[in-house]
Write a protein that binds this ligand. Structure first.
Ligand code: CMP
Length: 344
C-alpha cells in the first residue's frame, strides 16, 4: 500500500471511530431525552411543534427551562397575531376600494416586476401567508403602512467621527449577530452612518407603541427591555441588553410601532443606525443569512418537521464559526451553551 493510501485509510478509520464515538455519546446522553419527546410529539401532532417541545421540556426539566425562551415564544405569538391583524386591515382596505381604484392598482402592479422588491416589503412569514390563503407569497405594499421602507435612491449617511470612534463601533458590530452577514465594505458603510448617543440612568430609549426610525447597538452599559402584554397593566421584564447587542430592529423590519420599551439601567453609550442604512445594507444581508441557514436546516432530519417560518426563527440565531484543524470545540465537563451543526 502506498504512503498516500495508508494515510487516507488511517484518516477514514479515524473519522469512523469519531462517528462511532459521537453516536455512542448521543445514544447514552441525548436519546433518552429526545426519544420520548419525539414520541410525544408524534402522538400529539401539535400544530406549533416548537411550542410543544418547549412546553414538554419545561414540564420535564422545569427548573432548567429558561424564562427568556418562554417570553420569546410569547413575543413571537404576539408578533404573528399583530401581523395577521395588519393583513386583515389591508384586506378590508382593498375590499373598500372602488372598481376604478382596483383597476388602477392592478395596472400599477402589472408594471412592476413581481420579483422586484424595491417598492414592496415582504413582511409576512410564510405561515401567516398560508393562513390567509392568498397564494404562496404575500407582499404588502409599504405604502399601506407609510413610506418608511420605500426604497428611494440610497445615499449613505456619513456622521463624522474619529478613527478611534470608528474602530470602537467596528469592534462592537463585529461581535453582533445582527451584522454578521455583512462584508467588510458594508460594515464600513454602517460604521460611517452610526451616530453615538449617550443616555442617562432610567432614560427611556424606546417606548412601546411609538414609531421607530432607528436601530441601536450597545457600546457600554446595560438596558432593560420590558413589554406590557395583552390583558396586563404592568410591564413584564423580557431581557437585559449588554454591549454589542442590537435592539430596535422590529419596527424597521415590519414598519410597525415599537414592540417593547427599552430603558437604560445606568448611563449608556449607544450607536444609532438610521432606517435607510438599515434597509439598504443590513436588512438584505440579514435576510440572505436567514435564507442560507433555512436551506441548510431543511437538510437536518431532526428538524425536518419544522415549517419555513419556524426555520427562519432558528436561522436568526445561527452564526458561522471556523475552527482550525485540531482545535477543541467542546470540552468534556464544560457547561454547554451552544449547539453545533457541521456546515462543511
Ligand atoms: P422594536 O419593536 O423596534 O423596539 C423594541 C425592541 O425590543 C424590539 O424592536 C426588539 O429589538 C426588542 N425586543 C427584544 N425582545 C422582545 C420581545 N420579546 N418583544 C418585543 N420586543 C423585543
Amino acid at each position: 500500500m502506498s504512503e498516500a493510501n495508508s494515510g487516507q485509510s488511517k484518516s477514514s478509520s479515524q473519522r469512523e471511530l469519531k462517528t462511532q464515538q459521537n453516536r455512542f455519546w448521543l445514544q447514552s446522553n441525548v436519546n433518552d431525552i429526545l426519544e420520548p419527546m419525539m414520541l410525544a410529539c408524534c402522538q400529539e401532532s401539535p400544530q406549533d411543534k416548537i411550542a410543544f417541545m418547549i412546553a414538554y421540556l419545561e414540564e420535564k426539566y422545569g427548573e432548567r427551562a429558561m424564562q427568556g425562551d418562554k417570553k420569546n415564544l410569547e413575543f413571537m405569538r404576539n408578533e404573528a397575531a399583530r401581523l395577521e391583524n395588519l393583513v386583515e386591515q389591508q384586506k378590508e382596505k382593498t375590499a373598500g376600494t372602488t372598481d376604478d381604484e382596483k383597476q388602477e392598482e392592478q395596472n400599477s402592479e402589472d408594471e412592476t416586476d413581481p420579483d422586484d422588491d424595491d417598492d414592496y416589503v415582504d413582511i409576512l412569514p410564510e405561515q401567516i401567508a398560508k393562513a390567509n390563503k392568498k397564494g404562496p407569497r404575500q407582499s404588502v405594499s409599504a405604502e399601506a403602512f407609510g413610506n418608511f421602507n420605500k426604497k428611494e435612491e440610497f445615499k449613505a449617511r456619513v456622521v463624522p467621527k474619529s478613527d478611534a470612534a470608528k474602530d470602537a463601533i467596528m469592534e462592537k458590530i463585529g461581535n453582533s449577530f445582527m451584522f454578521s452577514g455583512l462584508d467588510e465594505a458594508e460594515k464600513l458603510i454602517v460604521v460611517d452612518a452610526m451616530e453615538e448617543k449617550k443616555t442617562f440612568k432610567n432614560e427611556v430609549v424606546i417606548k412601546e407603541g411609538d414609531e421607530g426610525d432607528c436601530l441601536f447597538v450597545v457600546s457600554s452599559g446595560t438596558l432593560s427591555c420590558t413589554k406590557v402584554f395583552k390583558g396586563n397593566t404592568e410591564p413584564t421584564f423580557l431581557k437585559r441588553y449588554e454591549p454589542s447587542e442590537a435592539f430596535g430592529e422590529l419596527a424597521l423590519l415590519y414598519n410597525a410601532p415599537r414592540a417593547a420599551t427599552i430603558t437604560s439601567d445606568d448611563e449608556c453609550v449607544l450607536y444609532a443606525l438610521d432606517r435607510a442604512t438599515f434597509n439598504h445594507i443590513v436588512k438584505d444581508a440579514a435576510n440572505n443569512k436567514r435564507e442560507k441557514y433555512q436551506q441548510f436546516l431543511k437538510t437536518i432530519p431532526l428538524l425536518e418537521t419544522m415549517d419555513d417560518y419556524e426555520r427562519s426563527q432558528v436561522s436568526e440565531a445561527f452564526k458561522d464559526i471556523k475552527f482550525n484543524q485540531g482545535e477543541c470545540i467542546i470540552k468534556e465537563g464544560d457547561e454547554g451553551k451552544e449547539l453545533y451543526f457541521l456546515l462543511q
